[in-house]
Design a protein around this ligand. Structure first.
Ligand SMILES: [Zn+2]
Length: 185
């Protein structure tokens, strides 16, 4: 069975912003890559040898300078009071994604046109009932925040922390995976 991103039971990707981000934060734009170059999960879920998060390819998202400034500002607002007077925060951009949950897809029942029966012997036409289930895949996005000490060019990174600020939900069949193999290079 082939899967088509435009079929009716496809989960439409959406983003969930951390509440610390300001109203009107520009949502990242998600692009689709050519599907042929990658593996995808279908019904039955993940079948690769390695854990899915190891082979999942980072979503093709455009990140902007405007978002960078807003994410850093949100972090500063939450944690800036703990800074010493000679310390500043720097942000590493673009952020790093992590596949937290690969999700799953359960197809609807295949039933006949005439009686809505699964094992009908009289009808020739069958269709997939829209009673399947899709649990979306979940990506979390984090930016590394470094605390610098000293001023100007003499500053040095003292410590760093990951700031998780966005979750992206997408159809499990839309996650691109490197081709499955038992070898890792
Ligand atoms: Zn029938």
């Amino acid at each position: 069975m082939t899967v088509d991103p435009d079929e009716p039971n496809w989960f439409t990707a959406r983003h969930e912003l951390d509440p610390s981000l300001p109203e009107g934060f520009p949502e990242p734009v998600l692009h689709r890559r050519p599907r042929k170059a990658y593996q995808h999960v279908g019904t039955g879920g993940w079948t690769g040898y390695w854990p899915p998060e190891d082979l999942a390819v980072r979503p093709d998202v455009e990140w902007t300078e405007a978002q960078k400034v807003l994410v850093l500002a949100a972090y500063q607002q939450q944690w800036g009071r703990f800074l010493e007077s000679n310390q500043t925060y720097e942000i590493n951009w673009p952020p790093e994604p992590c596949l937290v949950d690969e999700g799953y897809v359960v197809n609807g029942a295949t039933v006949c046109n005439g009686h809505d029966g699964e094992d009908c012997m009289e009808c020739e036409e069958f269709y997939e009932r829209q009673d399947g289930e899709v649990r979306p895949a979940e990506w979390s996005w984090s930016a590394m925040i470094e605390t610098y000490e000293g001023d100007g060019n003499s500053g040095s990174p003292e410590r760093f922390e990951w700031f998780r600020f966005l979750t992206t939900w997408m159809d499990p069949r839309e996650v691109d995976y490197e081709p499955f193999s038992t070898e890792r290079d």
